[in-house]
Design a binder for this molecule. Structure first.
Ligand code: S3P
Length: 431
């Protein structure tokens, strides 16, 4: 069990360059691998999920060199992946798995995908079902991993997505690169568009209509290796934004954060809750980047509905924590996707906040949270349930506690933020 720290008497202060965006890091390896020539990826996220992607592409014959957080992918062109000699291990990473199902569908060989216990419980038919429309067969084990991808015969399609999921959308976009004709995909709600942005940056033609929902992909692009900088992950920065918002006297700056509007829902939530927040955009091409400053203030309660969820899907645990510190009752609805993340996050959030003495009612698609000024800790033993984002939520919640709290399964944080505790210490009275 890891002992968590409480907040320094004078609050949290300082600035942090958060690690590279997880979604963008995965995509940079994938797109680099099917491009011609070298792709240099700076500020790559060395988290376990992205290392799963790196290892899988090495198994598929791609030479990838690594030097600190710079990665060089020696791409082999659109048709250059080789059949792996062994099963591809996806580890804990849903993004690796689902995106690769689509990409591997373009190759005339068979790939077997396996994952850890948590990943092996997560639904894969949301990808395998639509991929069938493109002629790709993914044989799952009752809708989950292990799965076998049998690709090579891709035809174009028009398909309306059934879930608001960037992973499913990206799998379909990757598969449609190998089709005979253009394909069109229609989303339920706009989701993160890093795949579209990066493919266009590498030379593909992926068009998003003015409705922000209809995406058309031209097949057989000639992709050229690029040099890119992965902006800071707003989903990682969000832990320290929320920390500054809930710990009195704090002021924290998060530098070089990705400000893609399909990811910035948490900024809107903080603003709506009356947090003191300043956003400074930098000049950038492709993905927008900037610095975010957050100061402590009294928080209003919030209502989250289904339309709000895709742009803050990974930040809902933090929205719940903000709500637990606000003045009044908050409600989160339309977030049932959280039940199929690395753990059932609705149940996990409910259990963890209850341990802190917060009154919270679990609903099928979210929760109702009573903001509480002074938590009356019921159980000091917190748990990540093997889910990185729940573990980090616990560590931020502990800053508000007057007594010592402990975290079980803290190592899961390495999935997306290996230096999380060092960065936390940096703004909490440490070096
Ligand atoms: C991701 C999409 C989201 C998000 C996940 C990363 C991506 O998942 O929760 O952490 O990189 O495309 P869903 O597509 O399941 O919503």
């Amino acid at each position: 069990m890891k002992k968590l720290t409480t907040a320094a008497v004078k609050g949290l202060h300082g600035s942090i360059v958060v690690p590279g965006d997880k979604s963008i890091s995965h995509r940079a390896i994938m797109i680099g691998a099917i491009s011609e020539g070298k792709t240099v990826i700076n500020h790559f996220l060395m988290g376990e999920d992205c290392l799963s992607t790196m290892n899988a592409f090495r198994d598929l014959g791609i030479d990838i060199a690594q030097n600190d957080d710079q990665i060089v992918v020696n791409g082999r062109g659109l048709n250059g992946l080789k059949e792996a000699a062994q099963q591809l291990n996806m580890g804990n990473s849903g993004t690796t798995t689902r995106l690769m199902m689509g990409l591997l569908g373009g190759f005339a060989f068979t790939s077997k995908l396996i994952g850890d216990d948590s990943l092996s419980k997560r639904p894969m038919n949301r990808v395998s079902d639509p991929l069938r429309n493109l002629g790709i067969e993914v044989k799952t084990t009752n809708g989950t991993l292990p799965a076998t991808v049998i690709g090579g015969q891709v035809h174009s399609t028009t398909y309306q997505l059934k879930v608001a999921s960037a992973q499913v959308k990206s799998a379909l976009i990757f598969a449609s690169l190998f089709a005979d004709q253009p394909s069109t995909f229609i989303e339920k709600l706009p989701t993160r568009n890093h795949t579209e942005i990066m493919l266009n940056q590498f030379g593909a033609t992926v068009k998003t209509a003015a409705d922000n929902l209809t995406i058309t992909v031209q097949p057989k692009p000639r992709l050229k290796g690029q040099t890119i900088y992965v902006p800071g992950d707003i989903s990682s920065a969000a832990f320290f934004m929320v920390a500054a918002a809930i710990v009195p006297e704090s002021e924290v700056v998060l530098q070089n954060v990705n400000l893609n509007p399909t990811r910035t829902g948490i900024l809107k939530v903080l603003q709506k809750m009356n947090a003191e927040i300043k956003i400074d955009y930098h000049d950038s091409v492709g993905e927008p980047i900037g610095d975010i400053t957050v100061k402590y203030s009294e928080l209003d309660p919030i209502k989250i509905v289904a339309e709000d969820v895709p742009v803050l899907i990974d930040e809902i645990p933090l929205v719940a924590l903000l709500a637990a510190c606000a003045n009044g009752e908050s409600e989160i609805s339309g977030a049932e996707e959280l039940r199929v993340k690395e753990t059932d996050r609705i149940t996990a959030i409910t259990m963890e906040l209850r341990k802190l003495g917060v009154t919270i009612t679990e609903k099928e698609d979210g929760m109702i949270i009573e903001g509480t000024k002074n938590w009356n800790i019921k159980d000091s033993k917190l748990d990540s349930y093997g889910d990185h984002r729940i573990g980090m939520m616990d560590a931020i919640a502990a800053l508000k506690s007057k007594s010592a709290l402990f975290l079980n399964n803290s190592e899961s944080i390495n999935i997306s933020y290996p230096n999380f505790f060092q960065d936390l210490q940096k703004i909490n009275g440490g070096e």
